[in-house]
Design a protein around this ligand. Structure first.
Ligand code: TYD
Length: 195
């Protein structure tokens, strides 16, 4: 099973990805936890370039995330799924659709299609959207964020709308959880859902 976590920066999705991985591992499930951008040595170098460099042109940004993802799928995700492991990824292609496609205005479908080609059509079985509003997210992240987190005010509402659009469009894999509650409550809901 391939599970991904999505949401705004500050949504708490990283905590949820970890809590789910811990719970499954305690149940004896073979779990591979990973994240994007990153997850491979090449991906970690791309992460450094794209998050901590100077200005990156929107299409360069989209292409770097796609490159990181293609490597991640070939080196980590597919091999793990093939041996029967459960893969939990903190962000995957929906992040690019929402952040680069909608947030940066490159086109949600264009970015989604580009990503689908790059990953050979590998779509998650479940995607948990940890849903919070922009104000809460920005308050949690503060102004110390990375290059993406410092995007202009018009960026975030577009990202949130794109996530809601994706959830409505792919109901067979999307589960939207209310991220304004405490982490344990959210984690319990996610575990119940997977059971
Ligand atoms: P994330 O790992 O969630 O941030 P943190 O290091 O704070 O846990 O994601 C890093 C940033 O990269 C985040 O602002 C979202 C952005 N991002 C994209 O814009 N597109 C992508 O395809 C991915 C994977 C991440």
């Amino acid at each position: 099973m391939f599970v991904t976590f999505e949401g705004l920066d500050g949504s708490g999705k990283t905590t949820q990805a970890r809590l789910l991985a811990d719970a499954l591992a305690r149940d004896g499930v073979d779990v591979v936890s990973t994240r994007e951008p990153g997850g491979t040595p090449l991906g970690d170098r791309i992460r450094e370039l794209v998050l901590h460099g100077d200005h990156v042109a929107p299409w360069a940004e989209a292409a770097l995330y796609v490159a990181s993802r293609a490597q991640h799928v070939e080196q980590v995700i597919r091999p793990a799924l093939e041996r029967g492991a459960t893969v939990i990824s903190d962000r995957y292609l929906d992040t690019s659709a929402a952040y680069q496609g909608a947030g940066r205005g490159l086109g949600l479908d264009t970015i989604l299609d580009l990503n689908l080609v790059a990953v050979g059509g590998l779509v998650p079985d479940r995607t948990f959207l940890v849903d919070i509003d922009v104000e809460t997210a920005l308050a949690r992240v503060g102004d110390k964020g990375d290059r993406i987190e410092r995007a202009g005010a018009e960026f975030w509402p577009r990202v949130v709308d794109a996530y809601h659009h994706l959830a409505a469009r792919f109901p067979e894999r999307y589960v939207v959880v209310d991220g304004r509650r405490g982490p344990d409550e959210i984690a319990a809901e996610i575990r119940d859902h997977l059971r």
